[in-house]
Design a protein around this ligand. Structure first.
Ligand SMILES: *Cc1c(COP(=O)(O)O)cnc(C)c1O
Length: 372
């Protein structure tokens, strides 16, 4: 079976975890601090590690004061995490349409949805592609909004020579098992803002003041005060042990993913039934390989056909504004989102794929398009 996505781990990750297990200090300690420092060198900014990407988004929003009664602009085509992180604060996710060429947030639509309660905008760097991120920052400045980037797909991507996470308000990354680099689970918040850094450092450990600092010195606060709502969102040494090794492989990971993406493009361009997205392929680390099948009428049938041929395909994503929990907000009509809902599929992309696997996936897809 050719899997849609998977983790790829070597001996070094396994040895690194074993070392932590043997030390019998599994919680947040030395390894987490080391991983944060290495990430900090990577981004040239301070970094706070947390238990996953969803909690990174949640804490980032809380740190900028988003809460009950507030609104956050977000594209409907994203992983559910973006929405859940917003609603976890008590705020409302306000569903925006996308630009069809690269699934970035559509700012014309976003503009119409600004109210006096709008506090922030959450662009999703879909597939690892920054899309219109610079325009999002201009937009945010104009309307006095904070940008919380959902960069879960975009670890290692570069825009105009700058790494995602190295500029802007706040970037949130995920290290879940199938993301560009993994820590088993995990995530991080990257920003220059000292107040936000201090807030999320405390909030990830039940808002016990300065507990983060003590724990990495193998100490903790026994008598303390708490001034705001916190969570158990810290990263463990086991996770950091994996992340530390993965980060060292980032150049190789970029090369390999780019090689596979180029192979897909070579196979699929100039096909009248297929529309490829306008991604900045050379400068991003592509997390998934989505394509549009024009006038696709039955994704499930296509999915079954692939499975019969031992290939898993995916669908990123079902529009969040159509979920029961979120559609009560307003009954939005999002034109491009609807098109994507019908036409997008995701082809396998992970580090253990070979060029011949990509060729086979494309062969099967073309077979289906030619009427099986
Ligand atoms: C993976 C992902 C997240 C959340 O990350 P977790 O580590 O799984 O919590 C958020 N947004 C998007 C778009 C993602 O793909």
């Amino acid at each position: 079976m050719i899997r849609l996505s998977k983790s790829s781990l070597g001996k070094a990750e396994k040895n690194s975890v074993l070392k932590v297990l043997n030390k019998e200090f599994l919680g947040m300690g030395e390894e987490v601090k080391l991983f944060e420092n290495q990430l900090s060198d990577f981004f040239n900014r301070e970094v706070v590690c947390v238990v996953n990407g969803t909690s990174a988004l949640h804490l980032a929003l809380q740190a900028i004061g988003v809460g009950k009664g507030d609104e956050v602009l977000v594209q409907s085509v994203t992983y559910l995490s973006s929405y859940q992180a917003i609603s976890a604060t008590g705020a409302k996710p306000i569903s925006c349409d996308i630009n069809i060429n690269n699934i970035s947030i559509n700012l014309e639509d976003a503009k119409k949805k600004i109210t006096s309660r709008t506090k922030a905008i959450m662009p999703v760097l879909y597939a690892g592609n920054p899309g219109n991120l610079f325009e999002v920052y201009k937009f945010a400045k104009k309307y006095n909004l904070t940008v919380v980037e959902d960069s879960a797909h975009a670890f290692g991507s570069v825009l105009n020579g700058k790494k995602i996470g190295s500029f802007g308000d706040i970037s949130c990354f995920s290290f879940d098992g199938i993301k560009n680099i993994t820590a088993g689970e995990g995530g991080c918040i990257v920003t220059n803002n000292k107040k936000i850094l201090s807030h999320v450092r405390d909030a990830r450990l039940l808002s016990v003041e300065k507990d983060s600092l003590l724990r990495v010195q193998n100490k903790r606060s026994w008598e303390f005060d708490v001034k705001f709502q916190g969570w158990r969102y810290h990263m463990s040494n086991i996770m950091a042990a994996i992340g530390i090794i993965q980060l060292r492989k980032i150049k190789k990971i970029k090369q390999k993913r780019y090689q596979l993406v180029k192979r897909y493009i070579k196979n699929l361009k100039n096909n009248e039934n297929i529309k490829l997205f306008d991604f900045d392929y050379e400068n991003i680390i592509q997390h998934i390989f989505p394509i549009r099948i024009l006038k696709l009428d039955d994704r499930e049938k296509l999915q079954k056909f692939f499975l019969k041929n031992k290939i898993q395909i995916g669908y990123h994503y079902f529009p969040n504004h159509k979920l029961t929990y979120y559609k009560k907000n307003k009954n939005y009509f999002l034109k491009n989102t609807n098109i994507i809902q019908d036409e997008v599929i995701t082809l396998p992309l992970h580090l253990d794929l070979k060029n011949s696997d990509v060729d086979y996936v494309c062969y099967i897809l073309k077979k289906w398009l030619n009427g099986n």
